[in-house]
Design a protein around this ligand. Structure first.
Ligand SMILES: Cc1cc2nc3c(=O)[nH]c(=O)nc-3n(C[C@H](O)[C@H](O)[C@H](O)COP(=O)(O)OP(=O)(O)OC[C@H]3O[C@@H](n4cnc5c(N)ncnc54)[C@H](O)[C@@H]3O)c2cc1C
Ligand code: SF4
Length: 585
């Protein structure tokens, strides 16, 4: 079927801005309700299989999988010693990318920092501008939140509770599991609810040793819950099941789409309904407002290639441009009616910014695995997840909230653990002997949502399209630093208890933003004075405006957010479609 083309004279039922996890889900759900939807994506539609090339061997790539020397990817030190915008000082580099951009497979997916400047405090802001956004290259760990997260304030007094409970979102987590596919093992944990899992991958030897040792401490290590279909999805002809080729390990996605990505998981099926119009290269710069009603009337966008300006109209506007980009659009949409920006009568747009802290972790060696025969361990979409154990039944004296660890072990295409020194035949033999014995893990911890951590618009700096850039006012606080100390200590303790020789303990906290889990800045809540959106991600101020990405999060939890972003979005879009049908929007 020919794809419908953009019709500037039409008033669409809904415009969705952004085509990542949130925008793809909004397009899927709204078209499934029969609504006529226009999906606007700032980036290109890339020939994604040619970009990802998951079957390519490192030796068939000109730079062994790394990008060409004329490009530069920002390092930890550069993020720390330079102030944003990060362009200055890298004049020799043809392209300048965030830290994720060091791989040849993502060079056209992540943005060039010089075209997308931001200012203020240091932040490793990873952005992907193309159809599907960051879902083309995400790490696939698909976790649920629980009432330990949604009702965290009721437990420790900090911040705000979410306006929903686990029971409200659980049916939508189930829908997402079934529609997109997830691998995992049931553990019956109240703080990490189980999903409807497809066949899990296997843990390897060192991982089982760690799991068994942790059981004695009352801690739980489980198989990586990957947003990957291991058994296939009969309802989706665009995706194949995982056949464990191991390309997951490198930075770059899955070219057979066993791992979820928004285009094949959500947007292609939505296009098949005939109710979706997709316009790429459409950089939205403002939500327009009807001055009579105060309602959203559509958006204005710039064609990223021709620089031409367009106005498009809809009865409902759904922002899904990712956390921070949706918030930027709210702040950009100032008018006589909304002088502080759209949906911002509370003054909370941009505030309560939160995410996950990364850095502390440990590498060890399982001595009894040294010199054992090689195993195929990188044919998996992930290793293990060690679930949160702090501030559940007991209260930690030094910090609130919790953290989990992502980790893995075994023989990979590129050997783990680099404490082996030397050269020549003896060096190679040492690497071969030791490679399967390494095990490592790194922590992801909750960063508290504080009003004083915020973004606003820079009064001077603009992006390549002349749109004002964001300015960051964001720093980790004492709770995060105390938690990081604990991450370092517990990771070492747990490896020692499992009998691993400690190779390295990381105590360094990575730059703000490193987790790529930016959240908050347009939070949900019951009180319009202290929140931006209601429990259905609908603006308190403008009833036909919805913000369905991570901006709506009230707190970050320590679990990775994408499965929750999509489940919340599905719930909100069901509500939206129902209200639309009743004529309430
Ligand atoms: C390397 C990596 C590993 C990750 N690992 C995990 C993981 O293991 N687990 C997990 O849960 N999450 C992970 N994430 C995070 C995950 O990718 C995001 O949570 C998710 O993609 C968010 O979806 P989104 O739709 O909000 O944003 P995005 O996926 O970023 O999509 C937003 C889209 O909006 C478009 N857009 C932006 N501004 C505009 C505009 N003005 N006009 C029009 N379009 C616009 C962008 O071009 C983009 O396509 C990872 C991310 C990366 C990069
Ligand atoms: S291991 Fe599976 S999900 Fe990962 S790249 Fe290979 S086929 Fe895709």
């Amino acid at each position: 079927m020919a794809e419908p083309q953009l019709d500037l004279s039409k008033t669409y039922d809904a415009i969705v801005v952004g085509s990542g996890a949130a925008g793809g889900m909004a397009a899927h759900v709204l078209t499934s309700h029969g609504m006529q939807v226009l999906l606007l994506e700032a980036g290109k539609k890339l020939p994604i299989e040619q970009e990802l090339r998951s079957m390519e061997w490192p030796y068939d790539n000109a730079h062994r999988g790394y990008f060409a020397p004329e490009s530069h990817s920002l390092t930890f030190n550069e993020y720390t010693i330079r102030n944003p915008p990060y362009g200055a000082g890298f004049e020799k580099a043809k392209h300048l990318h965030c830290y994720v951009g060091s791989s040849d497979y993502v060079k056209n997916i992540v943005v060039d920092e010089r075209e997308h400047p931001f200012t203020g405090t240091n932040y490793a802001w990873v952005r992907a501008r193309c159809l599907g956004g960051k879902t083309n290259i995400w790490g696939r760990l698909a976790l649920r939140l629980s009432d330990y997260d949604f009702k965290a304030k009721s437990r420790d007094g900090f911040g705000e509770d979410w306006p929903i409970s686990y029971g409200d979102i659980a049916p939508y987590y189930d829908k997402v599991d079934l529609y997109l596919g997830i691998m995992g093992v049931k553990e019956n944990l109240p703080h990490l609810p189980d999903g409807i899992f497809q066949r899990p991958q296997k843990l390897n030897c060192a991982e089982v040793t760690l799991k068994q040792s942790l059981q004695k401490m009352g801690r739980v290590l489980t198989q990586y819950r990957a947003g990957v279909t291991s058994e296939g999805l009969k309802h989706n002809k665009y995706r194949s099941r995982c056949y464990g080729r191991g390309a997951c390990e490198r930075k770059g996605g899955c070219d057979i789409h066993a791992a979820f990505d928004s285009p094949t998981g959500l947007i292609h099926p939505a296009l098949d309904t005939g109710s979706l119009t997709l316009r790429t290269n459409a950089v939205v710069r403002e939500v327009t407002v009807d001055p009579e009603t105060g309602k959203a009337s559509g958006v204005q966008f710039i064609d990223s290639q021709t620089m031409k300006d367009y106005a498009v109209h809809a009865k409902v506007v759904v922002l899904a441009a990712s956390t921070l980009e949706s918030t930027r659009l709210l702040l950009l949409s100032k008018s006589r009616l909304y002088p502080k920006g759209l949906a911002n009568s509370s003054g909370h747009v941009g505030h309560n910014f939160c995410e996950h802290l990364m850095g502390p972790g440990v590498t060890g060696r399982a001595k009894d695995l040294v010199a054992k025969p090689s195993t195929l361990d990188d044919g998996r979409p992930g290793g293990f997840y060690l679930t949160r154990f702090r501030n559940l039944s007991e209260k930690h004296p030094k910090f609130i909230r919790g953290y989990g660890f992502e980790g893995g072990s075994g023989c990979g295409m590129f050997p783990h653990g680099t404490d082996v020194h030397g050269f020549g035949a003896s060096f190679k033999e040492e690497v071969r002997k030791n490679q399967g014995a390494y095990i490592s893990m790194g922590a992801f911890g909750e960063v508290l949502a504080r009003y004083e951590n915020y973004v606003d618009l820079d009064p001077v700096v603009r992006d390549k399209w002349g749109i004002p850039s964001l300015r960051f006012h964001y720093k980790f606080g004492d709770n995060e630093h105390r938690m990081a100390e604990d991450m370092k200590e517990t990771s070492q303790e747990m490896f020692e208890a499992a009998g691993f020789e400690i190779v390295r303990v990381n105590s360094r906290v990575l730059t703000e933003g490193w987790s790529i889990h930016e959240l908050g800045t347009a939070r949900m809540g019951t009180d319009p004075k202290t929140s931006v959106l209601n429990q259905f991600q609908q603006s308190h101020d403008v009833k036909n405006l919805f913000v369905v990405d991570g901006s709506a999060f009230v707190s970050a939890s320590c679990q990775n957010p994408t499965w929750t972003i999509m489940s919340l979005c599905w719930r909100s879009c069901d509500y939206l479609a129902d209200e639309f049908r009743k004529g309430n929007l």
